[in-house]
Design a protein around this ligand. Structure first.
Ligand code: GAR
Length: 192
């Protein structure tokens, strides 16, 4: 098997997508391994799972920096220890600057977003899809570019929006699809 991609997984909270990536990496034939988990939130619940699973964790609390550049420089510096091939944003709720993105090779940062991009970039995706009367929602894994949620889509998974759905019930139905989509996207990238 080819050398596994070394991943840095960025989280801000619950970390269920990070967990799905870690679980996929436990499969012998999965073409990637998690080298480090990065959180901007010292209280992110996902950090507990990462630590329990023996993963290196780096906390860079954006609140303790003056400005985005200093925050991002600290992340960049911390990652220099890990020889990272791919950064996976997994519920990472900070917008990365064009300068940070430019410091990495092209297409080496990806994100999961809870909508069928290019529809519903940004926040409150499920509520906005329901309010618009859409009959389909879903998730997208995409490359990260300076345009927020605007990079090329790697793959999407679709779920129906049911007449009784609210944002919570739709999110609950989309999340398991996210957990399938993210490892699958990493497989596609490794194979490309
Ligand atoms: C996920 O639904 C992810 O798609 C979304 O946050 C949630 C994080 O859950 N990301 C965004 O909205 C990014 N704009 P998790 O922490 O359990 O993976």
């Amino acid at each position: 098997m080819m050398k596994k991609l070394k991943l840095a997984v960025f989280i801000s909270g619950r970390g269920s997508n990070m967990r799905s990536i870690v679980q996929a990496c436990a499969e012998a034939d999965f073409p990637a391994e998690v080298s480090v988990v990065v959180s901007n939130n010292p209280d992110a619940a996902g950090l507990d799972f990462a630590k329990e699973n023996g993963l290196a964790c780096v906390v860079v609390d954006h609140k303790s920096f003056h400005g985005k550049a200093a925050f991002e420089n600290a992340i960049y510096d911390a990652l220099q220890d890990y020889d990272i091939d791919l950064i996976c944003l997994a519920g990472f709720m900070r917008i990365l600057s064009a300068d940070f993105i430019a410091r990495w090779p092209a297409n080496s940062i990806i994100n999961i977003h809870p909508s069928l991009l290019p529809d519903y970039k940004g926040l409150d995706t499920h509520q906005r899809a329901i309010d618009d009367g859409r009959d389909q929602g879903g998730c997208s894994v995409h490359y990260v570019t300076p345009e927020v949620d605007g990079g090329d889509v790697i793959l999407q998974r679709v779920v129906p929006i049911l007449p009784d759905d609210d944002a919570d019930s739709l999110a609950e139905r989309v999340l398991p699809e996210e957990h399938i989509a993210y490892p699958e996207a990493i497989r596609l990238i490794a194979a490309s």
